[in-house]
Design a protein around this ligand. Structure first.
Ligand SMILES: C[S@@+](CC[C@H](N)C(=O)[O-])C[C@H]1O[C@@H](n2cnc3c(N)ncnc32)[C@H](O)[C@@H]1O
Length: 438
């Protein structure tokens, strides 16, 4: 499917009052007609060049083919990073200083929308600098009805910020689906929490057998108020068979008579699923199942998502902190798991250190999946004052490719292809193909 990127972008820019800001580069966006890319034949395809060119190229391929798109664009923090993170618009524009960042993102998100298939999702990392403006763009491009949620990720324990302000220790992952056909898969359960075992399997004890909340009183379901018996091993019975078994009714700590979750017949048949604590609180055992998926919540707070974790991963891989803003591989793994299936095509067009490829590779190793990844990273020169330069990297895409080399060394069978968009276009120039977009 080929979209008219310029027309689609201009339409949205007009509705947002951003038209006068649209970059002229949209006219010059290169489009190759003969693309020697077969991203299915390798684990990862790295497109080296501007992501607008890459997206124009990808949107020219047949049908929307991307199942999951994760991006981590420049947040516009005005910090001096290895890449440009300062986009300040004219403050007299509708969105003031945010307009330049918005017009940078707009055509890229329009193109991304065109390559994601109907059951797919996009997840975008962002922080408070541009989060509201990103939402406006995504509402327009993906539709408000396809907003799936805004995940708040705790990225550091202490946070940062000016002395006066609130110390910010989170960022966001904004998630939109392409259409109502997309379904959130959810995360696998944390197996380490299943710390008990019986002949039926591993289980955890976390759910009361006494009903709580609405309709939980004895009079609401009188047939679910009956005695149970338990012994010192925590076993639960519906009939007393031994003198050392103690009796218990569903009565709460305030003495209010409530009811059990099941009727007596079910409790008799499935009493092996019940567990009694020493002081006679009855629980339903929660058995582990590898297929069990937990609904994802909007607040992600886990040490594995901390930026310091990502930084130490970068040091392990590159020998030094040669990139300022990496994401921890576990964060991307959990996003991929939650929002896509094992055989997905995954696109990240702000690839940085290539964390997304690493995450997909790790998951393929653990669950036997066949995920394919397309990365895009710009091939612009790194300043000779930057630490990455002293480590031998000349362009940012070199850093991305080094991660892919690292994965290949860890796993011989890992395959990737690195394609320079400039080389592609030069080849097409020779073939006399028009590259002008629009
Ligand atoms: C926040 S970083 C992504 C970090 C990445 N998630 C990681 O874990 O390493 C954003 C990346 O987008 C790249 N980028 C910015 N503008 C781009 C463009 N127009 N085309 C391609 N890449 C671009 C930057 O060079 C930078 O590496």
């Amino acid at each position: 499917m080929s979209i008219d990127l310029k027309r689609s972008t201009s339409k949205i820019a007009t509705s947002l009052g951003l038209l006068s800001q649209l970059p002229r580069s949209l006219d010059q966006c290169k489009k190759t007609t003969h693309i020697p890319i077969n991203f299915q034949k390798v684990d990862c395809t790295l497109l080296r060049g501007d992501n607008l060119d890459a997206l124009a190229l990808l949107s020219g391929l047949n049908n929307p083919f991307v199942d999951f798109c994760y991006i981590d664009p420049p947040y516009n923090t005005k910090n001096k990073f290895i890449y440009n993170d300062t986009r300040t618009g004219n403050s007299s524009e509708v969105f003031g200083s945010h307009s330049e960042w918005m017009t940078f993102m707009l055509p890229r998100l329009v193109a991304a929308h065109s390559v994601i298939n109907e059951t797919g999702f996009i997840a975008v990392s962002i922080d408070d600098h541009e989060q509201p403006y990103l939402r406006l763009l995504l509402d327009k491009i993906f539709g408000e009805e396809n907003f799936a949620g805004n995940i708040v990720v705790c990225r550091s324990k202490n946070g940062k910020g000016s002395n006066k302000g609130i110390a910010v220790n989170h960022d966001y992952v904004v998630v939109y689906s392409k259409s109502h056909q997309a379904e959130i898969i959810g995360l696998g359960d944390d197996e380490t929490k299943y710390d008990q075992q019986d002949i039926h399997g591993r289980y955890k004890v976390d759910g009361l057998f006494r009903k709580k909340g609405d309709a939980s009183k004895r009079e609401d379901r009188p047939n679910m108020f009956y005695p149970l018996y338990y012994d010192e091993l925590g076993r639960v019975f519906t009939k007393k068979s031994h003198s050392n078994q103690k009796e218990v009714y569903p009565v709460d700590s305030k003495g209010i008579e409530r009811r059990w979750l099941w009727g007596r017949d079910k409790a008799e048949l499935e009493s092996w699923k019940l567990y009694a604590s020493k002081n006679g609180v009855i629980y339903v055992k929660n058995y582990s199942s590898h297929d069990k998926k937990i609904k994802i919540r909007s607040f992600w707070d886990n040490n594995k998502y901390l930026t310091e974790r990502a930084t130490s991963q970068i040091k392990d891989i590159y020998g030094e902190k040669i990139f300022e803003t990496p994401k921890p591989v576990e964060l991307i793994e959990d996003l991929i798991l939650s929002l896509s299936s094992k055989d997905s095509v995954i696109l990240d067009f702000f690839a940085g250190t290539g964390t997304t490829a690493h995450a997909a590779h790790n998951l393929n190793l653990t669950d036997g999946g066949s995920r394919k990844v397309i990365l895009v990273e710009q091939d612009i020169n790194i300043s000779d004052a930057h630490v990455a330069f002293s480590y031998g990297y000349r362009t940012i895409a070199d850093i991305t490719e080094a991660r892919l080399q690292y994965i290949s060394k860890e796993q011989n069978s890992y395959s990737y292809e690195s394609i320079s968009l400039d080389d592609l276009n030069a080849t097409n120039d020779q073939k006399n193909v028009s590259l002008a977009y629009g």
